[in-house]
Design a binder for this molecule. Structure first.
Ligand SMILES: Cc1ncc(COP(=O)(O)O)c(C=O)c1O
Length: 363
């Protein structure tokens, strides 16, 4: 047996084998990160397409550093800066690429990078590429972060955290932001799951805590989740964005983000801004419903239900599938203990969640 076939059969035995599945469109989606249901609103895509037709070309055609930077990208970056209170921004092909771009480029020799142990796999992978010192700290623990800062030798400190953690769905501990500020550490916040879901203006974690943006803050947001499109962006001080444009390989050596996806995300941003009060009410309602039905107080719309056993988590996923509902069955190495990851998408009827609770299988 070849090495790869051997490893695949070991994954199958451990219940960790993964497959891509095309789900029937009639099934109810509680697995995706389309928190606000924007990926299913045709009017947004129609408007984006109308705007695309006004462009001289519909493809980005080249790197942003050659001639792939279009006014579509620039207008969206400006709108994001305005909405989030940052000085400058750059669009990036995906959140995965944005994490690689920021971490690989910003952490220089002699620097100290400290990541939350639950930081996204893209950041963890990028951390292996850097020449500086790399440490992790216990999930969301400001005490352990302080220990790592004290023990680290690197002069300049870069801390990487998430606004809402992708699997457990918990909120970044506010004290971590303050500790980073006290040390004047660069603070990278991956807002993949918090942007569009929390905050007075639904702009994410700083908006949620009511904290001003400081020159040491770097925000990364993805467009494939609450924004219902594809791609990502990085917002920061002007000199940091300038540095990334000059040094970050996923920005320099990649075709610029798709014009249609950027326009679609721009439409979503405008939609969120125009409907912020109603969206916030819908989000609050869903969170209350989830607490009532499952006893889980989620910071956003991620509902993680710990099952533990890999085979059982797959069995529960299949039972829900038979009931017409798609959920995530997340196993190692993504999480230490297998979970059913259910997303309380605001456009899904309450009775779907009530039906799941009545099935009594999530134990
Ligand atoms: C926390 C976090 N960061 C980054 C990413 C990667 O973003 P993208 O899907 O846009 O590559 C994801 C998931 O996809 C994520 O959950």
């Amino acid at each position: 047996m070849s090495y790869y076939a051997y490893e695949l059969s070991a994954l199958k035995r451990a219940g960790r084998y993964r497959e891509r599945t095309i789900y029937d469109a009639s099934l109810i989606d509680l697995a995706s990160n389309d928190y606000l249901g924007l990926a299913e609103q045709p009017s947004l895509a129609e408007r984006a397409y109308e705007r695309l037709r006004e462009q001289p070309s519909h493809g980005a055609k080249a790197s942003m550093l050659v001639n792939g930077y279009h006014e579509v990208h620039q207008a969206f970056e400006r709108a994001l800066c305005e909405a989030n209170g940052f000085e400058a921004g750059v669009v990036v092909g995906s959140g995965f690429n944005a994490n690689v771009a920021m971490i690989e480029a910003l952490v220089r020799k002699g620097d100290l990078l400290i990541l939350d142990e639950q930081y996204h796999a893209s950041g963890m992978m990028a951390a292996r590429l850097v020449e500086g010192e790399v440490r992790t700290f216990a999930h969301n623990s400001v005490e352990d972060l302080a220990v790592q800062i004290a023990q680290g030798k690197g002069k300049r400190i870069i801390i990487a955290v998430e606004g809402i953690y992708s699997m457990e769905g918990d909120l970044l501990n506010e004290a971590i932001i303050h500790l980073a500020n006290e040390h004047d550490a660069l603070l990278i916040i991956d807002e993949a799951h918090s942007s569009g879901v929390i905050g007075t203006n639904l702009m994410g974690i700083l908006d949620f805590y009511g904290l001003p943006v400081r020159p040491n803050h770097i925000k990364m947001g993805t467009l494939g989740k609450a924004y219902g499109s594809f791609g990502a962006y990085i917002l920061a001080s002007a000199h940091i964005i300038d540095f990334l444009i000059n040094r970050a390989k996923p920005i320099i050596y990649a075709t610029a983000p798709s014009l249609f996806d950027t326009l679609l995300a721009d439409e979503s941003l405008q939609y969120i801004q125009a409907n912020v009060t109603a969206l916030k009410a819908d989000i609050a309602h869903k969170r209350q419903l989830i607490t009532g039905l499952f006893g889980i107080e989620s910071a956003g719309l991620i509902v993680p239900i710990t099952i533990g056993d890999n085979h059982r988590v797959l069995d529960i996923r299949d039972q829900l599938l038979n009931a017409g509902i798609v959920v995530g069955a997340i196993r190692q190495p993504t999480v230490p203990e297998a979970i059913i990851r259910l997303i309380a998408r605001i456009n899904v009827d309450d009775h779907v969640f009530e039906r799941i609770s009545a099935l009594n299988i999530l134990r």
